[in-house]
Design a protein around this ligand. Sequence first.
Ligand SMILES: Cc1cc2nc3c(=O)[nH]c(=O)nc-3n(C[C@H](O)[C@H](O)[C@H](O)COP(=O)(O)OP(=O)(O)OC[C@H]3O[C@@H](n4cnc5c(N)ncnc54)[C@H](O)[C@@H]3O)c2cc1C
Length: 333
Amino acid sequence: MHIAIIGAGLAGLTCARQLQAQGNSVVVYEKSRAVSGRMSTRQNELGGFDHGAQYFTVASPTFKKAVTQWQKNGWVAPWTPRLVVLDHGATSAPSAAARRKQRWVAQPGMRALGVQLAQDLDIRSEQRVTRLERAGSQWLLSVASSTVAIDATAGPFDAVIVAVPADQAESLLQDVPALAAKAASARLSPCWTLMLGFDQPLGLDYDGAWVNNSRLGWIAQDASKPQRRPGEHWIAQASSAWSIEHLEDDPERAREKLLKAFHDATGTHVQPVFSAVHRWRYAQALHPLDVDCMWDKSLNLGACGDWFSAGLTGPGRIENSYLSATALATRVS
Ligand SMILES: Cc1cc2nc3c(=O)[nH]c(=O)nc-3n(C[C@H](O)[C@H](O)[C@H](O)COP(=O)(O)OP(=O)(O)OC[C@H]3O[C@@H](n4cnc5c(N)ncnc54)[C@H](O)[C@@H]3O)c2cc1C
């Protein structure tokens, strides 16, 4: 089959590799310049900052097998940070369950995994799919790019896989109301993220912290991860509640507020030499759908990603994306 996949995050790339290995011809459309989606690393003069996903954990045998291979390839490595819980300057130990978890990161930055997985795939970057249209028993895509004034038509394709966050999937699936309604019920929460670089040590005796009773929910020393450039490079993620309330804030205002929260939480008052914010409109699926993917066999149309629970419980995450993508690829025949 000739298959279009929309989105080159972990889900889209995983599905594309599996479908290509099954003998299909696959084209992946990605609206950004770079692949890897929310497993992202922002480059600046200090090096890379993992400003999207921080790390991943492994629960299922299927994902374990993939991670073991990625480790052998040198694409991922364990991350064993010193972790604490912060609450108004007081420090306490995380729960035993949180301490026991093995955490993994891609190296030399989270984006690197997507870059590796994209090798040997036909990726059309900076191509945003705006519409899916039925043409007989096949599909045509409307594709927008910054270089062409009007949308181009791509296809025909025998099947289409939508591997984008639920909110964006809903609009692509609008002509198939049953699938669009399911996507609409799995909204993702936003996340404001602050990146900080310091030219002097902060003297903190931890690498990552969950932050309670703060605008922030999580902070991490990026340089404590394997193969990162040395330095005091911190990521501070706002809590879901704060990010929802301040979603439309001016970025400069959000930066100032989150920097103050970082100083309050850590008890340090060193000013950064670099600071920037990023607003993720769609960060994490707090209530993934109770199925592993969607596949309409009569239309050859499906969707996968972290907004499917794929057999795991709890909020959407990298493992869900992987499992959802492999489940969908298995169903497409
Ligand atoms: C701030 C933050 C922190 C996180 N922390 C963690 C963590 O610590 N651990 C964890 O496991 N997970 C974490 N996550 C979640 C994790 O990043 C995601 O679960 C996972 O990366 C989702 O992969 P995906 O392929 O399903 O979606 P995405 O990575 O979102 O990929 C979708 C891709 O589709 C593209 N796209 C969208 N619309 C279109 C279109 N119309 N046309 C073409 N392309 C399109 C996007 O540009 C994107 O590249 C975090 C996410 C964020 C944002």
